[in-house]
Design a protein around this ligand. Sequence first.
Ligand code: C5P
Length: 232
Amino acid sequence: MGKDVIVACDFASAEQTYAFLDRFDTKKPFVKIGMELFYAEGPAIVKEIKKRGHKIFLDLKLHDIPNTVKKAMRVLSELDVDMVNLHAAGTIPMMEAALEGLTRADGSRPILLAVTQLTSTDQETMTRDLLINEDIADVVIHYARNAAKAGLDGVVCSPLEAKKVHEVCGAGFYTVTPGVRFADGEVGDQKRVMTPAQAKIEGSDYIVMGRPITQADDPAAAYERALKEFTE
Ligand code: C5P
């Protein structure tokens, strides 16, 4: 696995999502389903997209007591998704419990990633609201190291952090990176962006791209472009 483009399907309904996915007739992209769509449409949308032949990253960012996360992960694992995530802030026991819950009777399980600090959290809010006085870059790396210690497969991070995460957690520890834009495209509300080609150089294992593909006039062409830039 690894070195793939994940398309963030940030749509409000199943109809919009299926209409978008219908535009891909050759290669079926790996897709990311977030909270909005999952809470609106439920497990049925995951099953339908799976049936259509897509891999799925279910981006629900679990964070609760270990026992609750373990049981919730068991349910998600049964949905046969390929990738799920949680907040590393839930601590190592929670991450270990999540892995236990995810592991199926035959030993297989989805890839499990940790979110370190959300990119919406900056140094100031982290210090003021969370009373964490360390440097935010160190906190991100510390959380990544915790995730690796707990046995997780990788983290969601900025492509700018991918090299450092690999140095600390090993080359086989996945970095899944949003904040990717085409060189000639709109940046939108993302602050620090990289092109797919730059993310490749930084060592990202998977890039997550939403609007540059979902809002493109020709989504399949935009997807092929991202895939080519990132993997060739
Ligand atoms: O449309 P865009 O390419 O900005 O979409 C990026 C996707 O990655 C969205 O689903 C967004 O919620 C998600 N994401 C992000 N930054 C993070 C974590 C997740 O943009 N740090």
